[in-house]
Design a protein around this ligand. Structure first.
Ligand code: PEP
Length: 246
């Protein structure tokens, strides 16, 4: 059976002090079973303190650069993240793709570099409202997935966590119905099967993200092909974050 993985994405919110207080309070109230992975993706400045504070939660970065070092002002490398024991790295979030113009090719480089370093990528994909309304979701997501997995071995592919996040549902309060989310996640599993095989497609974890809240998470997680959630807004407050994990 696949594990469940629930990760909060804090985006550009909170201070170091708030991050440590949040983790300490959450962990004092948290009873995780061994089949569930829970954690938060925090801004770069908080990673080190968050990693030291967290005993039960996994800590994720929200981005990375794929080169090991060099003249890349403002970027953070994977060895830097590794040196402070970061566990996961979100790549290809729609805000990175849209606002910072990250391409599928860059995301593929990040995916490969993370796997080579032993860090776990949380690879985001998802379509805009326009693409959704044009009925082209699967075509769009397939293109993102095929490009992101180019050059990645079967063994490594199993380690990637895929997060399906329809852009029209991110931060809008407009959650995709569990049926829509299940349908796309099941298609993603088939795409992985076509690229690799049944073994990889059955092993890989697929999250849904987009306005997930404590009151809708169980309907989403009850879907066969959804193994977890990537959660923005509802992961910022202790009670709400704990509500996601109940
Ligand atoms: C996200 O940031 O990845 C996200 C899904 O945000 P929200 O839960 O606020 O829609």
């Amino acid at each position: 059976m696949r594990k469940k993985i629930i990760i909060g994405n804090w985006k550009m919110f909170k201070s170091n002090k708030e991050a440590v207080e949040f983790i300490t309070e959450v962990e004092s109230k948290l009873n995780l079973n061994s089949d569930t992975v829970a954690g938060i993706a925090v801004p770069f400045t908080m990673l080190s303190d968050a990693r030291k504070a967290a005993k039960k939660l996994v800590i994720s970065a929200q981005n990375c650069y794929f080169e090991k070092e060099g003249a890349f002002t403002g970027e953070i490398s994977i060895p830097m993240l590794k040196s402070i024991n970061v566990d996961y790295v979100v790549i290809g979030h729609s805000e990175r793709r849209d606002i910072f113009k990250e391409t599928d090719e860059m995301i593929n480089e990040k995916n490969k570099a993370l796997l080579a370093s032993g860090l776990t990528p949380i690879l985001c994909c998802g379509e805009s409202l326009e693409t959704y309304e044009a009925g082209k979701t699967i075509e769009w997501v397939k293109n993102q997935i095929v490009k992101a997995f180019k050059g990645i071995s079967e063994e490594d592919a199993k380690k990637v966590v895929i997060a399906y996040e329809p852009i029209w549902a991110i931060g809008t309060g407009k959650v995709a119905t569990p049926e829509i989310a299940q349908n796309v996640c099941s298609e993603i599993r088939s795409i992985i099967k076509d690229i690799y095989n049944d073994n990889v497609s059955q092993a890989i974890l697929i999250q849904y993200g987009g306005s997930v809240k404590p009151d809708n998470i169980s309907d989403i997680l009850n879907q066969d092909d959804i193994d977890g959630a990537l959660v923005g807004g509802a992961s910022l407050q202790v009670e709400s974050f704990l509500g996601l994990l109940k």
